[in-house]
Design a protein around this ligand. Structure first.
Ligand code: AMP
Ligand code: GLY
Length: 426
């Protein structure tokens, strides 16, 4: 079988790794891939936004199944394009992906269908939005309507900050969502969906801020762990019953039937789970901790989704392992950073068979692995409990070096402190 994965980050490395793990014989292609993916797949220099070139490649190479990683090609309609050409593809259509690509659509959709989320208003005029924040209690949250790679959301503690955020949002958006601040603990819950059948994955927790103790600006994600010891089956069931299944059914009923991974970013509040955002794809870096704990065959699951037969697919099985991923980032990220820095120690870090190093922003330059992005690598530790998984991840990354490398030292620390209040993390 010939499979194409679209994307080139840590998420796509994890997807490619899992596919090859289950099917060493698979003919795997990845566009554009990265320095790590190149070791297990044929990397193709086509950008994720060049959807016509990707279609041409898939046709010419007789690709049997294409798996879409990032949101950008989904927003451009890559799934619609492949389906119109009669090709099998895993991911939602452009209209279904609007659950992620338009926050205004997502909020109105949740309101229409009684899916719990923060109270909100959508604004199309700057003056009205500024007046609203000047009259609202703080904290308050300002969100740009379109895709913003995790940077379109500002949690504002003062009205003045909120007014500034509104002005900045309107500079590049025609719609701005202003919503109630939700207090609580966040979790990411992803599910395989083939229209109406929804199969949840174990919950994960992302660490979005750049510095320890959740300080500094938001990033694409500095680390993650899964499962969450203090969030059990009851929480997954509540999310399934009140959020994921109603969302899939309502999307289908509105003529936007969703196939792919539906990702709910959730807040566990005092009054139950509420949706912070939906994504229309695998999370990054959540995928790097969730897929290594998938015992079942990923290719078989995504094929069943693409063929709308998930309901009759054998039960999806997960290992009892915990996984912790720590992202190694370039100095300066999420703002300006330099690339082209030589990376050493990756082979040494992989010497532990319960460690995986997923590449994000890497490439080879004259045979040398070098940095090529903000998030460079993720060190993933796997073990029977979270504490040991975490030790493995940090043990592995201590072998890796590149100029100005930085990472958070407190990934999964809060969860461990809950289990063992004497736990010292760094
Ligand atoms: P998003 O891009 O929508 O996931 O938002 C980025 C981050 O902003 C989330 O992970 C939350 O930490 C925070 N956030 C977004 N919306 C809210 C909200 N209504 N209340 C509190 N925090 C929020
Ligand atoms: N980890 C957050 C995201 O994938 O959007």
């Amino acid at each position: 079988m010939r499979v194409l994965v679209v994307g080139g980050g840590g998420r796509e490395h994890a997807i490619c790794w899992k596919l090859k793990q289950d099917h060493p014989e698979l003919e795997l292609f990845c566009a554009p891939g990265n320095g790590g993916i190149a070791a297990i797949a044929t990397v193709i220099p086509i950008k994720v936004t060049e959807i016509d070139l990707l279609l041409g490649f898939a046709k010419q190479e007789r690709i049997d199944l294409t798996i879409i990683g990032p949101e950008l090609p989904l927003s451009l309609g890559i799934v619609d394009l492949f389906q119109e050409a009669g090709l099998k593809v895993f991911g939602p259509t452009r209209r279904a992906a609007e659950i992620e690509t338009s926050k205004a659509f997502a909020k109105d959709f949740m309101a229409r269908h009684g899916i719990p989320t923060a109270a909100y208003h959508v604004f199309t005029h700057l003056e009205a939005a500024v007046k609203h924040v000047e009259e609202s209690p703080t904290p308050i949250v300002v969100k740009a309507d379109g895709l913003a790679a995790g940077k379109g959301v500002v949690v504002c503690s003062t009205r003045r900050q909120a007014a500034e955020a509104v002005r900045a949002s309107f500079a590049s958006n025609t719609k701005v969502v202003i919503e109630e601040y939700l207090a609580g603990e966040e979790l990411s819950l992803m599910a395989f969906v083939d229209g109406e059948t929804v199969v949840p994955m174990p919950p994960a927790q992302d660490h979005k801020r750049v510095f320890d103790h959740d300080q500094g600006p938001n990033t694409g994600g500095m680390g993650a762990y899964s499962p969450i010891p203090h969030m059990g089956e009851d929480i997954v069931q509540e999310a399934l019953d009140k959020i994921l299944t109603p969302a899939a059914k309502a999307l289908a009923a509105e003529g936007r039937s969703f196939t792919g991974v539906l990702y709910a970013g959730l807040m566990l509040t005092e009054t139950g789970l509420k949706v912070i955002e939906f994504n229309a794809r695998f999370g990054d870096p959540e995928t790097q901790v969730v897929l290594p704990c998938l015992d079942s065959d990923l290719l078989s699951i995504v094929s069943a989704c693409a063929e709308h037969r998930l309901a009759s697919h054998p039960a999806v099985k997960w290992s009892q392992n915990s996984a912790v991923a720590v992202v190694l980032a370039s100095g300066g990220y999420p703002d300006l950073y330099e690339t082209g820095k030589p990376i050493s120690g990756v082979a040494e870090a992989c010497a532990d068979s319960q460690v995986l190093i997923f590449h994000a922003g890497t490439m080879f330059e004259q045979g040398q692995l070098v940095t090529a992005g903000g998030r460079v690598l993720a060190a993933v530790g796997l073990d029977t409990d979270l504490k040991q998984a975490r030790q493995r991840a940090y043990g592995a990354l201590s072998q890796i070096r590149f100029d100005n490398m930085h990472y958070r030292t407190d990934i999964a620390a809060k969860a461990l402190a809950r289990i063992d209040p004497n736990h010292v993390t760094n």
